[in-house]
Design a protein around this ligand. Structure first.
Ligand SMILES: [Fe+2]
Ligand SMILES: [Fe+2]
Length: 376
């Protein structure tokens, strides 16, 4: 099942490309300081060849892609493949083994998803710079602690993977034949326990690995497996967000090339989501003895709302109930899509520990993206 990674660009070249892009920008990247003296310039005038709306949408997407990269990087350091394409960290054999219970290729998929996120923000920032617009840089907010488990780098992070409250309603949302979030419908979570507390998706310290024994059939304690299961469901949560965000925002861009960017990046989020929800279905049912978190048996009792192999979207209502049901991405409502995405990530616990300035900047970027109008 292993597949060969064809890209051979080194990370060094990718990063120097980004640095070059930032230098060309001149005015500097969007960061906390820029907002100290009021609205940034792009709110008032066209940013190079881009309309203010297109620039705002691209900036918001760049910010979210930087945040995605930060969280995927943490997963890769401990549970992925650390190589020249995605450097950093030295891996945790115990955590990697627990993830592989979901699929033998989990480390490869984590690596590839991480690399994809690097390219998403790097490309969008470079494109902004090419149009004379400011790129996004969140480096000043890399202040959250790393995992202390062996294998993780000890550096400042943008996101927190150790206190997650994971909403798994995406599971039943894509299995429903009668409901759609764009009609105001809500969906029960597949793993209710993940909404009722704060749970680690990576080992916090080596204590979380206690009882692990390596080998052909490794011994994986339930607490460690629960952490890997949490990660498995979280991977799909993150990527279903991107799956909806790109089509939602694409409805409001103006320039055909910007539309092309959104239509070309967005479906890669969907590829990720589709893979991850298939793997999450392999998470073994168990109870974490340390905190009581339950991963239920999703195929018993049998229900089409939770059946693990129903990974293709069920057809459902779209636009109006007068139309026949159709297999679609959901939601794709464009109104408030950026702020909705920011709220979902915040509710997920990813930003626990972040500063008021961080939230103020993210809210500002989301507000400007949501204010964009096609042709405006
Ligand atoms: Fe992405
Ligand atoms: Fe993604």
């Amino acid at each position: 099942m292993k597949h060969t990674v064809h890209l051979s660009k080194s990370t060094t070249s990718r990063r120097s490309f980004l640095r070059k892009g930032l230098a060309v920008g001149g005015a500097g990247a969007i960061g906390a300081g820029l907002f100290a003296n009021g609205l940034p310039a792009f709110a008032e005038a066209e940013s190079g060849g881009l309309t203010p709306g297109d620039a705002a949408i691209l900036r918001f997407l760049s910010a979210l892609e930087i945040l995605e990269t930060d969280l995927w990087q943490q997963y890769n350091e401990l549970g992925g493949i650390q190589d020249s394409e995605v450097p950093g960290g030295s891996g945790s054999a115990a955590y990697t083994a627990a993830l592989k219970v979901l699929d033998g290729d989990m480390d490869q998929y984590i690596h590839d998803n991480t690399e994809d996120e690097f390219t998403h923000f790097t490309f969008i920032n470079a494109y902004l710079v090419s149009k004379g617009a400011d790129p996004v840089n969140l480096d000043t907010f890399r202040t959250l602690p790393s995992s202390k488990a062996t294998g993780a780098q000890d550096i400042g992070r943008l996101t927190n993977l150790m206190q997650l409250t994971v909403d798994t309603s995406y599971w039943t949302k894509y299995r429903s034949r009668t409901k759609n979030p764009d009609f105001g419908d809500t969906f029960p979570p597949a793993v209710p326990g993940l909404l009722k507390g704060q749970f680690p998706a990576i080992p916090r310290t080596d204590d979380d690995l206690k009882g692990f024994k390596a080998g052909k059939t490794p011994t994986i304690p339930d607490h460690l497996q629960a952490i890997a299961n949490t990660a498995g469901f979280h991977f799909a949560f993150i990527e279903q967000g991107g799956t909806s965000l790109y089509p939602s925002l694409a409805q409001r861009v103006t320039h055909p090339e910007v539309l092309r960017i959104l239509l070309s990046i967005g479906p890669t989020e969907t590829q990720h989501f589709q893979t991850w929800q298939d793997k999450a279905g392999n998470a073994p049912p168990l109870t974490d003895p340390t905190n009581g978190l339950v991963f239920p048996e999703l195929n018993n009792p049998p229900s089409e709302d939770t059946q693990t192999n129903l990974i293709m979207p069920e057809p459902t209502i779209f636009l109006s109930r007068k139309f026949p049901v159709v297999s679609i991405i959901r939601p794709t409502e464009t109104k408030g899509a950026a702020m909705g995405a920011l709220k979902a990530l915040t509710d997920d616990g990813l930003f626990i520990g972040q500063s008021d300035e961080f939230f103020a900047l993210l809210r500002k970027l989301a507000k400007q993206a949501d204010a964009a109008r096609h042709g405006g």
